[in-house]
Each structure stands twice: as C-alpha cells, then as structure tokens.
Ligand binder design. Structure first.
Ligand code: SF4
Ligand code: SF4
Length: 99
C-alpha cells in the first residue's frame, strides 16, 4: 500500500479501541474539597456509602472504615446525606492536605 490508507481501507466498525476503566487512574486527583470522617461520631448507617456516586466510601463487614481519596471527587453528597452531625464534613483540599 502506498501512502496513507483511505476510507476504503478502514475495517468495518472502524478502529476498535481497548476498553478502559477508572481502576487504572485516580479520579480524586482533581478534587478541591474532601470529606473528613469522624469515626467517633459515625453510627455506621452507611447512607454515605449508598449515595456516593464514585463508590469511594470504604466499608468492611457492614461498617464504614473511611474514604478512598484515590477515587473521591469531593462532590459532598456523602456529607449532605449523613444524618449524624459531625460524622462527615467537607474541608478545602489544600488545608486538609497540609495537615
Ligand atoms: S452517613 Fe454518616 S453516620 Fe452514616 S456511615 Fe456515613 S459517616 Fe457514618
Ligand atoms: S465527596 Fe462525593 S465522591 Fe467523595 S466520598 Fe463523598 S459522595 Fe463519594
């Protein structure tokens, strides 16, 4: 074949790209705020786990164990849904990361 392939050379269905998924990159990288969890105040109701759109709330044997910051995007839904005052709060990422 000479030069670049033309449209007739492209196979039916075009170029099939390999499927990707979010497991291989950390979607929490662009977060501007993060939820901070207080295990003392938490009642383990798991509302945060139910509502988190990124499956970033970690649960072991029916009890919340924290937030997976590799995948938490900082949307704040968990904080809004948490019925227990003080169990979750949003803080700016720069202050949380600093200390
Ligand atoms: S919603 Fe609040 S009280 Fe319930 S498990 Fe999550 S942090 Fe704990
Ligand atoms: S801030 Fe959003 S992405 Fe992060 S744990 Fe809460 S609900 Fe999930």
């Amino acid at each position: 074949m000479k030069g670049k392939p033309g449209w007739k050379d492209i196979p039916r269905g075009g170029m099939i790209l390999e499927a990707g998924n979010a497991a291989t990159y950390h979607t929490g990288d662009w977060r501007s705020q993060r939820p901070v969890w207080d295990p003392e105040a938490c009642t383990h109701c798991l509302f945060c786990w139910i509502y988190c759109p990124d499956s970033a709330v970690r649960v072991v044997e029916g009890r919340m164990t924290g937030i997976d910051l590799d995948y938490c995007k900082g949307c704040g839904i968990c904080v809004n849904q948490c019925p227990k005052a003080g169990a979750l709060k949003m803080v700016p990422e720069d202050t949380a990361a600093a200390g």
